[in-house]
Write a new protein. Structure first.
Ligand code: AMP
Length: 467
């Protein structure tokens, strides 16, 4: 596996100056579990030494009282890792801890670097030995190899060499540093709790521990928190913003306030309203693909004045893997997650709303299930984002361009593949009309305009075959 195989959309949490730092980090990671389920870890500092506990698995599976007791000290950082193709090795779980000329150092990174391969080659030529495949480790080596004098200067030097998306937490024995890339691709916010400072990917982590949101870490900003308080430094020159629009559409939790304090649920509902304005269809009921389609469906139902209902019920207790029976059960893979409610659907003209179509495989199974099991008379698929036509190189795990159904097929071809009676996506202008300051976003997955350059060769692949 080469370094480019790693795609990470993760959750990060940091706290400085709290007597229960590790416990708070544990709770913060619990709230951020949706950002990554492959593995998690916490690194704490007691002022002299760093302590690290990390494993593969869910936060609830990894930590127990014994492990948390070992995480001594009043500051900590934590990380939830996103499940990726071929990358679920223990060695890739973060935080990454190293001993350097600076003393001990630990980092937690959300995002994807676009020049990690080149930097890694250079660092290896200079004698660096990498322990993992994660591009985040490049950042650790850059900091450790820096000849700058202070920790802050070393970090500034390192983050000016990396390109791509990074919301980054760095823990030293005596301070916590938070840095965000100059485009502000991934979210990161600062809060306070009982006089301590907290930093997290999303505000839902603050809600759980009772912390108060202060503001976002600004694009290009480095925030240094130590015994002297909090200090803001402009670490990287920031020319334009490129917040990830997909954080609003799918990734962030609906109760979070991201990118300058805008509520995710509110945006998703507005996307659904806009979708209904653009692609109303006469129907009896509008249902979400739970959970990510729920907010947009409420918006669609409100705008279209078609009754909302839960025509698909989701099983929340599946875990990461399940054993498929040998005997063929129709639609098994999707049925274990979602079950149609016949009493809501039978004989009805149904609008089913989801946030996005990636490969199209889930939507196809859902449509079949709504018709065959739910006995729906008509199925109209509505998607609360534009066609996903290009992969993300900034941290969201998407397949290659040719595996994205909308990159190689027209909407009518996709409708036929899904066997839906109609299919509509939200228009690009519609998405723009809903987002605050729409010029401040990255829409590369919808329009192929990548705001941050990268050197990357997509593996040659056959066009997605629609069976
Ligand atoms: P697909 O069957 O590949 O078209 O998957 C579509 C479903 O995947 C939708 O219900 C989306 O909510 C969900 N989805 C979109 N982006 C992602 C992602 N990056 N990771 C996991 N699921 C996603």
């Amino acid at each position: 596996m080469n370094i480019y195989d790693m795609k990470e959309e993760c959750g990060i949490f940091g706290i400085y100056g709290h007597p229960e730092a590790a416990n708070m980090a544990y709770l913060g990671l619990y709230a951020l579990q949706h950002r990554g389920q492959e593995g998690a870890g916490i690194c704490s500092s007691d002022g002299r030494n760093l302590h690290l506990e990390k494993s593969l698995g869910y936060v609830s599976e990894i930590f127990n009282e014994k492990r948390l007791r070992r995480l001594l000290g009043e500051s900590a950082i934590g990380h939830n890792r996103y499940s990726t193709a071929g990358g679920n090795a223990q060695k890739n779980v973060q935080p990454i801890m190293v001993n350097s000329s600076l003393g001990s150092l630990s980092i937690a990174h959300n995002g994807n670097l676009t020049n990690a391969g080149v930097l890694k080659e250079t660092l290896e030529r200079d004698g660096a030995i990498f322990q993992s495949n994660a591009d985040s480790e490049v950042i650790v080596h850059l900091i450790a190899h820096s000849t700058a004098r202070t920790a802050e200067e070393k970090v500034i030097e390192a983050v000016n060499q990396i390109h791509g998306a990074f919301s980054l937490l760095i823990l030293k024995e005596d301070e916590l540093i938070a840095v965000r890339d100059s485009f502000g691709v991934r979210p990161m916010c600062i809060g306070t709790l009982d006089g301590a400072y907290v930093v997290a990917s999303e505000t839902c982590a603050f809600d759980l521990i009772g912390a108060t949101y202060i503001r976002d870490v600004e694009p290009g900003e480095m925030v240094v928190i130590n015994k002297n308080g909090i200090n803001s430094i402009r670490a990287i020159r920031s020319a334009m913003r490129a917040h990830c629009a997909f954080e609003f559409i799918y990734f962030s939790r609906p109760d979070s306030y991201i990118f300058g304090g805008t509520n995710v649920h509110r945006i998703r509902k507005a996307l659904g309203r806009q979708l209904a304005i653009e692609s109303y269809v006469d129907a009896d009921v509008v249902i979400p693909v739970p959970d990510s389609g729920v907010a947009a469906t409420i918006g669609y139902a409100n705008q279209s004045i078609i009754p909302f209902d839960f025509g698909l019920v989701r099983n929340h207790y599946i875990g990461r893997t399940f054993i498929e029976p040998k005997q063929n059960i129709r639609h098994f893979g999707v049925k274990i997650k979602l079950n149609p409610v016949q009493s809501i659907l039978r004989g009805k003209r149904v609008v089913v709303v989801d946030d996005s179509i990636v490969r199209g495989t889930t939507s196809k199974k859902i449509v079949k299930m709504l018709r065959e099991v739910g006995k729906a008379a008509e199925i109209h698929v509505r998607i609360s984002s534009p066609c996903t036509i290009s992969p993300c190189f900034y941290g969201i795990d998407t397949p290659t361009r040719n595996e994205l159904i909308a990159s190689t097929h027209q909407v009518e071809e996709i409708r036929k593949y899904l066997t839906a009676d109609s299919l509509s996506y939200l228009s690009f202008d519609g998405l723009n009309s809903v987002l605050p300051n729409p010029d401040d976003y990255c829409y590369a997955c919808f329009n192929s305009k990548y705001p941050i350059s990268f050197i990357r060769e997509e593996p040659a692949q056959m066009e997605l075959f629609l069976a």
